[in-house]
Every structure is written in structure tokens, then in C-alpha cells.
Design a protein around this ligand. Structure first.
Ligand SMILES: [Zn+2]
Ligand SMILES: [Zn+2]
Length: 266
């Protein structure tokens, strides 16, 4: 064993603990002060994906409030069933209206502290959240797809006016490093939001569909044709946005469209 390396690792841990004790972190969700090294499971091998990625940003109770999306779930839209027993099965909405995308998966349930963190990135430009969110998304991608199943990642676009207001597309920044990390092509301009739409919040499923009619168009069909596309977004709510985007991509000749989001409504 190399004692020099072990010694340095020990010192590093010692200083980290010392710094955490002197400068506690402020939880981004509830504002309370906490010691980052002490939130989450003490046995590092037992730490959940959320603890590993968000342990430096959330106190122990806000961290515990983050729920990963797990089976039993709907194999199509990824809805997590409240009962934690039984097998995956189609949910009611997917039986009555089969989405045009193949499958949708999400990292966590869109609620409580996880929802607050997503809002901080989206509406308050807390860009330090990009790295942990991107890690979570990558982990979920690798759980549900093998890398050779997808040719191209396409972020759900914002309308150019909204993009100018916000300064960044939250869906794009989450996968920006994937080209380097996975060798996966990312096409930020594959889809365009050609019509400014009212916010979907508060609309029923039917009005959501109406609201998005003709909202998306494919930039260059040659770059989509025959490709297996992974559509990226921050939140999956009723699936109407994902379905409208997938519809436009399939019309342009995409071979298959799947959906990956950071969060999904319960
Ligand atoms: Zn907290
Ligand atoms: Zn479903």
C-alpha cells in the first residue's frame, strides 16, 4: 500500500471535515445550515444517487424528501405507481391514448425539495446545479438505455424570445457535456419552437394539446431521418410536450423517439 497516497487522502478528508465544520453549507431548498459531509448515509457505498449528486446542496431532511422514480411504473410514460408492490404495467392514460414516443423515463418525482431545486435552475439561473443534475440524468440514462440504442440527443427547445429572456435552455445545459462523456451527438437546433405558447401550467390535457398544436418544427429533416432520438427535458408533466416533439421528429423520419427528463409529476 502506498502510505503517501493514503496519508494525503486522510489529510484531504480531515481538511474537508474541518472546513465543513467551520463553514456549514446553506440548504438550497429550505435555507437551513447543514454540514455537507453529514447529510445522507454515512456508509458511502449505501449512498443513493441523489445523495451522491445533491448531498452538497440539500440538508439531510430535504435530501430524504427526494424520491427517485422506481418500479413498479408504467413502461411507456414512466409514471411511478404509489403501491411499491407488483410489476410494471400500463397506466390508464397510456391505455386510452398511446403516446407516439417509445418510452419516457425520469430521475426523480417532481415534488418538494427536488422541485425547488429545478425551479432554482430554471427561474433563478443557479448554474451550479447543472453539474449534479447532469450527473443524475446520465445515471438514469444508463439505467434505462444502452449507449448504442440512441443516435442523437435533442433538447426540447424554448421559443427564441424565452431563450433570450432566460439566457439558456435548461434542457440543453443538462446534456451539453454528453458529447465528451458518451460520444453521443447532441443537436440543439434539431427542433424549433415556431410558435410562442402560453405556459402549460394549469391547463387540462385537452387544452395542453390545443396549446401546443403546430408549436414544434424540425430544423433539418436530413439530420433526423432514420435516427433514434432521445428527447431531453427538465420536467415531464402530462406528456403533451414530449408527445408533440416526438410527433414532429417522427414526421421528419426519426426511427424512434424516447424521452428522458430530470423529474416527472407524481
Ligand atoms: Zn433543507
Ligand atoms: Zn403511462
Amino acid at each position: 500500500m502506498n502510505h503517501g497516497v493514503a496519508g494525503r487522502a486522510y489529510l484531504k478528508r480531515f481538511y474537508r471535515a474541518l472546513l465543513d465544520a467551520i463553514f456549514p453549507a446553506k440548504c438550497l431548498a429550505c435555507g437551513s445550515f447543514f454540514r455537507p459531509g453529514l447529510s445522507g448515509a454515512q456508509d458511502l457505498s449505501k449512498r443513493s444517487r441523489f445523495e451522491i449528486s445533491l448531498g452538497g446542496y440539500l440538508c439531510a431532511s430535504c435530501l430524504a424528501a427526494c424520491r427517485p422514480v422506481q418500479s413498479p411504473m408504467c413502461p411507456v410514460c414512466g409514471l411511478m405507481f404509489e403501491s411499491r408492490q407488483g410489476d410494471d404495467h400500463l397506466c390508464g392514460p397510456c391505455i386510452s391514448h398511446v403516446p407516439v414516443f417509445g418510452k419516457a423515463r425520469a430521475c426523480g418525482v417532481y415534488e418538494k425539495s427536488f422541485r425547488s431545486l429545478i425551479h432554482l435552475l430554471k427561474y433563478r439561473s443557479r448554474m451550479q446545479l447543472v453539474r449534479p443534475f447532469s450527473e443524475l440524468l446520465l445515471d438514469t440514462f444508463q439505467r434505462h438505455w444502452s449507449e448504442n440504442e440512441v443516435d442523437l440527443a435533442v433538447p426540447v427547445p424554448l421559443h427564441s424570445k424565452r431563450l433570450r429572456q432566460r439566457g439558456f435552455n435548461q434542457a440543453f445545459v443538462l446534456v451539453r457535456t454528453w458529447k465528451r462523456q458518451l460520444g453521443l451527438d447532441i443537436d440543439e437546433s434539431a427542433l424549433k419552437r415556431v410558435r410562442m405558447t402560453a405556459p402549460q401550467t394549469g391547463l387540462g390535457k385537452k387544452s395542453r394539446l390545443e396549446n401546443l398544436k403546430g408549436a414544434f418544427a424540425v430544423g433539418n429533416a436530413n439530420r433526423i431521418s432514420g435516427k433514434r432520438v432521445l428527447l431531453i427535458d427538465d420536467v415531464y408533466t402530462t406528456g403533451t410536450t414530449a408527445d408533440a416533439c416526438a410527433g414532429a421528429l417522427l414526421k421528419a423520419g426519426a426511427g424512434r423517439v424516447d424521452v428522458l427528463t430530470l423529474a416527472r409529476t407524481p
